[in-house]
Design a protein around this ligand. Structure first.
Ligand SMILES: NC(=O)c1ccc[n+]([C@@H]2O[C@H](COP(=O)([O-])OP(=O)(O)OC[C@H]3O[C@@H](n4cnc5c(N)ncnc54)[C@H](OP(=O)(O)O)[C@@H]3O)[C@@H](O)[C@H]2O)c1
Length: 334
C-alpha cells in the first residue's frame, strides 16, 4: 500500500519512525509523499524513511530535500504519487474542521482510503465523510481521534459486532486524569498539580481544552455519533471540567474509599440519548477506580455482550501513530 502523509508534527514523525521500526513486518507499506504546511516531497518508489527523519531533525523546509517542492496542491500531489491511502495529521480546528476536512474530502474524491487522528473534521462532518467514503468505495479510519492508542473505536467496531451498544462511559483525557492522580498521590492542590503536569510536558501551556472538559466531550461525541449512530452536537453536551476541584474534595472522596475522575457518560433523557462530562465520585468496585495517571479507559454497555471495558494504551505520540497504523492494517483486512 502506498501512503501519503500530511502533517509532520509529533504524531506524523512518530508514524514515519514506526514504519521504519517495523519495516521487516510491514515492508509493503511505503510512504510516497510527505507534506507540511509549506513544502513537500514525492517519491513514487517509496521515500527513504531514515534519511528523511534525519533531515527533519534539522529542517522543516522539505523543498531543499531531494525531490522537494515548496508550494503544493493536494489534488496534484496525489495524482503524481500513485498513493492508495492518505494519512491526515494536521492540527485540530474544532470550529471549521479545516484544513483537514478539505484534505480528507480531496483524498476520498480521488479514491484514496483516509486515516486521520484529527478530531476537527470528524466533529464537523462525520456523516458527510462517511457518505462520501461509501460513494467512493473507500474506508475512513478515525481510531486515533478518541484516545490515541486506546482502541475505543476499533474495539467497539469489531469487538462488539452483532450487539447493540446502549451506552458508553469513559475516562478519556490523560492530562486531567494525571492532574487528579497527582492531587491524590502527592497531596497537591489543583494549580500546583496543573503546573507540575505542565513542567513535565503532560499538560499544554494553554490547558483549557483538557481541564475544562472539552477534549473529553469531543471524544465522547465522536464515539457516540459513530458507534451509537447518534447526531449529537457539541453545544448539546453538558460539560464541567476539573478546575473547581480542590484538595479538600479529593481528601473527602478518599475518606469514603472513593476517587474523583473526569467521566464522560451517555444517559437517557426520556428516549433521547445525551452526553455529560463531569467530575464524578468513583467507587472501588468500578473498573475506572484504578485508571490512574495518564491512563484512559472506555466501557461499552451492550444488549447481548454485557459491559465491555478497554483500559490503558500508550499515552504518547508513538502510541497515537501506532493507532494510525492499526487503522491502515484494518482497512486492508476488512
Ligand atoms: N499529540 C498526540 O499525542 C495526539 C494524539 C491523538 C491525536 N492527535 C491529533 O493528531 C494531529 C497531529 O497532532 P500533532 O501533535 O502531531 O500536531 P503538531 O505537532 O502540531 O503538527 C502538526 C503538523 O501539521 C502541519 N500543518 C499545519 N498546518 C498545515 C496545513 N494547512 N497543511 C498541511 N500541513 C499543515 C504542520 O506543519 P508546519 O510545521 O509546516 O506548520 C505540522 O507538521 C492533531 O489533529 C492532533 O489533535 C494528536
Amino acid at each position: 500500500m502506498n501512503i501519503g502523509l500530511i502533517g509532520l508534527g509529533g504524531v506524523g514523525r512518530a508514524f514515519i519512525q514506526l514504519l521504519e521500526m517495523k519495516k521487516e513486518e510491514f515492508g509493503n507499506l511505503r510512504i510516497v509523499f510527505l507534506l507540511n504546511s509549506n513544502s513537500g516531497i514525492i517519491d513514487c518508489d517509496g521515500i527513504e524513511l531514515n534519511d528523511v527523519l534525519e533531515y527533519l531533525k534539522e529542517n522543516k523546509d522539505l523543498s531543499r530535500y531531494k525531490g522537494g517542492f515548496s508550494k503544493w496542491n493536494l489534488d496534484e500531489v496525489i495524482k503524481a504519487s500513485n498513493a492508495d491511502c492518505l494519512v491526515e495529521l494536521t492540527p485540530t480546528n474544532k470550529e471549521t474542521g479545516e484544513p483537514a476536512l478539505s484534505y480528507i474530502r480531496c483524498g476520498m474524491e480521488i479514491g484514496l482510503h483516509v486515516v486521520t487522528g484529527n478530531k476537527g473534521p470528524i466533529l464537523i462532518d462525520y456523516k458527510g465523510l462517511k457518505q462520501l467514503a461509501k460513494e467512493k468505495g473507500v474506508s475512513l479510519g478515525i481510531g486515533a481521534t478518541t484516545g490515541g492508542a486506546l482502541p475505543s473505536i476499533a474495539g467497539g467496531e469489531y469487538g462488539l459486532r452483532g450487539s447493540r451498544i446502549l451506552g458508553v462511559r469513559g475516562v478519556l483525557n490523560g492530562t486531567t486524569n494525571y492532574i487528579l492522580s497527582l492531587m491524590e498521590e502527592e497531596g497537591l492542590d489543583y494549580l500546583e498539580a496543573l503546573s507540575m503536569a505542565q513542567r513535565e510536558g503532560i499538560a499544554e501551556a494553554n490547558p483549557k481544552m483538557d481541564v475544562e472538559g472539552f477534549d473529553t466531550a469531543i471524544k465522547m461525541l465522536i464515539i457516540s455519533n459513530t458507534m451509537l449512530n447518534q447526531d449529537i452536537t457539541l453545544d448539546e453536551v453538558e460539560i464541567e471540567g476539573i478546575t473547581g476541584i480542590g484538595i479538600g474534595d479529593i481528601e473527602e472522596a478518599k475518606m469514603v474509599g472513593k476517587r474523583i475522575k473526569l467521566m464522560g457518560e451517555t444517559y437517557y433523557d426520556g428516549d433521547r440519548l445525551k452526553i455529560r462530562v463531569h467530575p464524578k465520585l468513583i467507587d472501588k468496585d468500578s473498573i475506572f477506580y484504578n485508571v490512574m495517571g495518564k491512563n484512559k479507559g472506555v466501557e461499552y454497555i451492550t444488549d447481548t455482550l454485557g459491559e465491555v471495558a478497554i483500559l490503558g494504551g500508550a499515552s504518547n505520540v508513538l502510541g497515537a501513530a501506532a493507532s494510525v497504523l492499526r487503522d491502515i492494517l484494518n482497512i486492508r483486512r476488512w
